[in-house]
Design a protein around this ligand. Structure first.
Ligand code: G2I
Length: 449
């Protein structure tokens, strides 16, 4: 189950360690500390997410979708947001398959990582043939148009993907984008920030897991330089594709920590580990524990659901077998995530002073850990349809909101965004935010318009 107010309250109600306190008419507080039973809910106990790559053409496969909906709370489009998919002809954008994934994710209360805005690979033919200033403006136009189209719906964008050379050079990869000038990466980040100020902006690459490798060092120096000069960058994605030739390095946690120390989030963005049985499980456990040990490692995404869904299916690198059964690696990840539990508190307010007949109600689910929290708020329309909502939710002084989704904030008030204000009678929507400090026990009130 995912750690939504819906599932948390269900978990809390069946929990043997449930503590329920009725504070006053209409206000219910429930605290639960039982181990979670899905990847997403387990990761959420420490404020992290657990995601997967999704292929649009598999959304009609019921086994696939069953696992997706049950286990994951973050989604990356495996190919559908790439440049060749979204801009097949110059300045003609197609979002059909990407939208299918985004809509599915959002309907399930999952968040979305965007992948990817600027890359030397999977360029449409027209872009492959471009160079120089024409390419630079085409690239920036692509970044701007795609990020604008999805603005407000993306947790983090892989703004630039795989821009560094493998091997010992530490150099930028020679690509048509690189040949437009060394500043192409920062130009892409600035365009992405302007187009979607709410999304976290990541640099994403592979073979950047071993701290001693020249490529890791080169990416590190670029991020350090960006932070020094104020280039907008919020996160570094480590793809983390592992196999016998490229095993999980012994210094993996050091790499995550060193990037985090630059003042960026770190995300494991495309995890897969070839192998089977207990060896594979042990490797998955190491990667998961490394992330958990780094405060700013905010989540893990595996690159597919079943082994048969993988880009390298021959290596059986994922958490579910071809029939959708959980592998030992799955259990190892789940247990590791559950080894650092947080405490989940759900507060439900059932009354509101509301000018609209029927009004709305709000439920806040707080997932807290030492020094931080995620609040998920469910807004439900009353007996009549509403066109908008504002939730008032006060946090204790000293806490700071660092990131939010699906709502706009004005002090203690959170209001609907364009796509989630209209609710039919009884319909619910969710927004959330993450912060540092304590969330306390918020009692949200909802006002409809
Ligand atoms: O290569 C693994 C990943 C490395 N990091 C960036 C990721 O974007 C990349 O993902 C893979 C997808 O998993 C593959 O599915 O990217 C490949 C392309 O670079 C994807 O493969 C492509 C095939 O090359 C195409 O022939 C095919 O039409 O998948 C397409 C859709 O199935």
């Amino acid at each position: 189950m995912k750690l939504t107010s819906r599932s948390v309250s269900r978990a809390a109600l069946v929990s043997s360690v449930l503590a329920t306190v009725t504070l006053s008419a209409g206000l219910l507080v429930a605290t639960s500390a039982n181990a979670a039973t899905t990847l997403g809910a387990s990761a959420a106990q420490s404020g992290r997410y657990f995601g997967t790559a999704v292929a649009a053409n598999k959304l009609s496969d019921s086994t696939y979708v069953g696992i997706l909906n049950r286990e994951f709370d973050m989604v990356t489009a495996e190919n559908e947001m790439k440049i060749d998919a979204t801009e097949p002809n110059q300045n003609q954008f197609t979002f059909g398959n990407a939208d299918r994934i985004v809509n599915h994710a959002r309907a399930q209360g999952m968040r979305v990582r965007g992948h990817t805005l600027a890359w030397h690979s999977q360029q449409p033919g027209w872009m492959q043939n471009m160079e120089g200033t024409a390419l630079r403006s085409a690239m920036l136009n692509h970044v701007t148009k795609v990020a604008q189209y999805y603005a407000g719906k993306i947790y983090a964008w892989d703004v630039v993907n795989e821009a560094f050379e493998d091997g010992s050079s530490g150099a930028r990869r020679n690509s048509n984008l690189q040949r437009t000038g060394n500043d192409w990466i920062e130009a892409a980040f600035r365009a992405a920030r302007a187009a979607d100020p709410a999304a976290k902006l990541c640099y994403n690459d592979y073979n950047t897991d071993d701290w001693t490798h020249a490529k890791t060092q080169a990416v590190y120096r670029m991020v350090q330089d960006f932070k020094t000069r104020g280039v907008p960058i919020d996160c570094v994605g480590l793809q983390s594709h592992f196999n016998a030739q490229s095993p999980v390095p012994s210094n993996y946690q050091t790499t995550l920590q060193n990037f985090a120390n630059l003042g960026v989030d770190v995300q494991i963005t495309e995890l897969d580990i070839e192998g089977s049985g207990t060896t594979q499980a042990a490797n998955y456990e190491r990667v998961t524990k490394a992330c958990l040990a780094v405060t700013r490692c905010t989540g893990i995404t595996v690159w597919g659901i079943r082994d048969t869904d993988s880009w390298r299916s021959y290596g059986t690198p994922l958490l579910f077998d071809g029939s959708g059964n959980k592998k030992p690696a799955y259990t190892a990840v789940l247990d590791a995530l559950n080894s650092v539990g947080g405490t989940t508190t759900t507060t439900t307010t059932t009354t509101s002073n509301d000018p609209v007949p029927g009004g709305c109600t709000a439920t806040a689910s707080v997932n807290a850990w030492n020094g931080g929290f995620v609040v998920t708020v469910k807004v439900t329309a009353g007996a009549a349809a509403i066109r908008g909502w504002t939730v008032t939710l006060a946090l204790p002084s000293g806490s700071t909101v660092t990131n939010s989704w699906n709502a706009t904030r004005n002090g203690n008030q959170w209001s609907n965004v364009a796509y989630n204000g209209n609710l039919t009678a009884g319909q619910a929507t969710e927004f959330g935010f993450q912060g540092t400090g304590s969330a306390g026990s918020p009692s949200p009130t909802c006002t409809a318009s």
